[in-house]
Design a protein. Sequence first.
Length: 233
Amino acid sequence: MTRILPAALLALSALLPACAPAQTAPLPDPATYRPGPGDTVTLPDLGPVGRWMITKTLEPATWLGERVGGRTLREPINVLILDRAAATPEAATARLNAAMTAAGYGPKNMHSDGYSGQLAGRLYPQLPPTGKGLAFSDGPWYVSNHHGRVFGPAPVQGGYLFSAAFSLEDMRWLPRPGHTYNSFTATREDLAARLSATGLYRRAANVDLGNRLDTPQETTGDHDGQAALLTTR
């Protein structure tokens, strides 16, 4: 493969404004968000968890309009992280950020941002912070990469809970540069394995969120409705 020079990458990045369409209309207040029927599930000890990643316009995210087999691709929550050791939400967030970096998933740019996730009856904005085109990712934007966003932490029984939506994306160069969907499950498994390897979390049994879609209009791709659960050691 021909090596792409830094100057060429800078030029291409101008064509990829965080891989998201421009926002022109005023954004709704997150406090007005009301989940639709079936958009949340209440889990033992963890409370209400939203099943979908939520956009700036307070709608379930659809992978920037990507279609699979002619169907809309909905972005599911597929990772839960429970911190039972942190005394404060700030400590839980610091541990999460450290673990992501240690796992090779440090924040990287040229991704869409401004997403939220629902936990404990409210929306939590994404980590890494919004407005900077950042996502947790294991590689640069111009190659295939595992990437995603984390939401929380919400206080729950015995700790703090994060939810997350992660996926594997490929890079399309022609006819116009952009990212295309590859897999939800591959990234869930990769992230869970790498976070466990840091020694900061261990993997527990998967949690059934019931968020697999397979209808004539919508799909969740290869997602099986399960979220990987990681807890502090």
